[in-house]
Write a protein of this length. Structure first.
Length: 180
């Protein structure tokens, strides 16, 4: 009996960020600029939603306020920006486009192989910090990618929001359609 309980405990610990649960669809509202025009900034929406959950407890299989596991926090935050990602960290590892760590920016996903987890995912706040739901008994928090154990455990990063056109490309776009 003790062996069965021990095996079940190890299986739960290893699967903490690889549970399968339905997506939490949510939709982010566009931000209003002075003058009444609305602009959608998905990267900011993702980071805002994730950091709004700071202090929430880790909960295995959690994907909503009240408790999150690492991939659940990602699904919740990206859902608030209208981006629907798969539920597990392993599935999220294949979303978007791979990027080098040197190109990391707010809203990108960061993946690590931590000693007590198969795979861990968080959301970049900038080129060094990320928000994540670390583990049982802990709370959603911000950590540095340069700190231990994250620096040595870093695996890859994925960009899930396509690059917006540059300001110069927008400014050089024609302002009127050519006459027929």
């Amino acid at each position: 009996m003790k062996a069965c309980v021990a095996v079940a405990g190890v299986a739960l610990a290893l699967a903490a960020c690889t549970t399968t649960r339905p997506l939490n669809p949510g939709a982010g509202a566009p931000r209003e600029l002075p003058g009444g025009s609305a602009v959608r900034n998905p990267q900011a929406s993702i980071v805002d939603a994730a950091t709004a959950m700071l202090g929430q407890p880790y909960r295995y299989g959690g994907a909503a306020p009240g408790g999150f596991d690492c991939s659940g926090l990602v699904v919740y935050a990206t859902g608030s920006a209208g981006i629907h990602l798969p539920r597990t960290a392993l599935e999220q590892l294949h979303a978007g486009s791979p990027i080098p760590r040197s190109k990391l920016r707010a809203g990108d996903l960061v993946f690590m192989n931590l000693a007590r987890k198969e795979l861990h995912v968080g959301i970049a706040i900038d080129d060094n910090r990320f928000v994540h739901a670390p583990a049982t008994g802990r709370r959603v928090r911000i950590d540095s990618l340069n700190a231990s154990p994250y620096a040595r455990a870093f695996l890859t990063a994925r960009r899930i929001v396509a690059d917006a056109p540059s300001a110069s490309a927008i400014q050089s776009a024609p302002t009127a359609l050519p006459a027929n």
